[in-house]
Write a protein that binds this ligand. Structure first.
Ligand code: 5BU
Length: 279
């Protein structure tokens, strides 16, 4: 019988992982009792820091798109790291690398942002094949970083489906030291496995496209609720952006209230999942 990792607590699952970034994330989730990640997609450093300081107590992970910050200066990274220490959250730069190994290694280590030096977790499209993992791991593994592969996307008409998703999972299984999980819309348990072979890989599933009040946006984004994501689809982390800061990035009380609301919804769904009777 396949191991049902989705019925284990986040704390119990720490032992299933050897990668330090995966362990760190699970430890934080267990300690803070939250499976909420906030995606801070704003363009001014001031808003970026203010939102992170407000949502910090409620999140296990802060997801960044550092290349959208207009007034970026490397001192922003020090502020982000200080907030990570203050509030106890991990950092995930949603860089979506997609080039040959040599290029992604340079993009990850160098340039203006030096992502590998501060982002505990990053992600990559599997489209170039396994060499993207070797390229990124040559930089990230010695630093104790972890990688997520984009096995699926939340947008309407996404091409990451079927055999593409299956191949992504096979690539991940072959690089368990560095690949800690997936950006996906459902559990990848058993995906791409032959019949009668036990799936012993406990991958973390981080899921964007989460919203309690709307079903999508005008640019193809599709939202599901925390319960759909955590209970029905057996994902592990809900990633919420505009649902939390969208009304107005300066409304601190509103942002705090929304972060608490999503954290509670995510944790309630997780508790429902781990306590459900085995059928
Ligand atoms: P939103 O404001 O909750 O819609 O933001 C979602 C974030 O997650 C945003 O930063 C996207 O770049 C990111 N995302 C996504 O929405 N869907 C995907 O499939 C992937 C990333 Br991969």
């Amino acid at each position: 019988m396949e191991k049902t990792f989705s019925r284990q607590t986040y704390g119990q699952r720490i032992q299933n992982h050897s990668n330090p970034a995966a362990k760190m994330l699970l430890e934080i989730m267990e300690r803070k009792k939250t499976n909420l990640a906030v995606s801070v997609d704003v363009t001014r450093s001031k808003d970026f820091i203010a939102i992170i300081d407000t949502v910090g107590p409620f999140v296990c992970l802060v997801k960044t798109h550092i290349d959208i910050i207009e007034d970026f200066d490397f001192s922003l990274i020090k502020q982000l790291q200080d907030l990570s220490d203050k509030h106890d959250f991990a950092i995930f730069e949603d860089r979506k690398f997609a080039d040959i190994g040599n290029t992604v290694a340079l993009q990850y280590s160098s340039g203006v942002h030096k992502i590998a030096s501060w982002s505990h977790i990053t992600n990559a499209h599997p489209v170039p094949g396994p060499s993207i993992i070797s390229g990124l791991s040559s930089v990230g593994l010695p630093l104790g970083r972890g990688l997520l592969l984009l096995a699926e996307m939340s947008t309407k008409g996404a091409l990451a489906v079927g055999t593409y998703t299956e191949e992504a999972v096979r690539m991940a299984r072959a690089h368990r030291d560095f690949v800690v999980g997936f950006i996906a819309q459902r559990t990848m348990k058993g995906v791409g496995m032959q019949d009668n072979v036990t799936d012993n890989d406990d991958f973390l599933i981080l899921t964007p496209g989460v919203g309690l009040d709307t079903k999508g946006d005008a640019m193809g984004q599709q939202y599901r609720t925390p319960r759909q994501v955590i209970v029905d689809s057996e994902c592990d982390v809900i990633i919420v952006g505009r649902g939390i800061y969208g009304k107005d990035p300066s409304l601190v009380d509103e942002i705090r209230a929304q972060a608490k609301r999503y954290m509670d919804a995510g944790w309630e769904a997780y508790q429902e999942r781990i306590s459900a009777p085995v059928v």
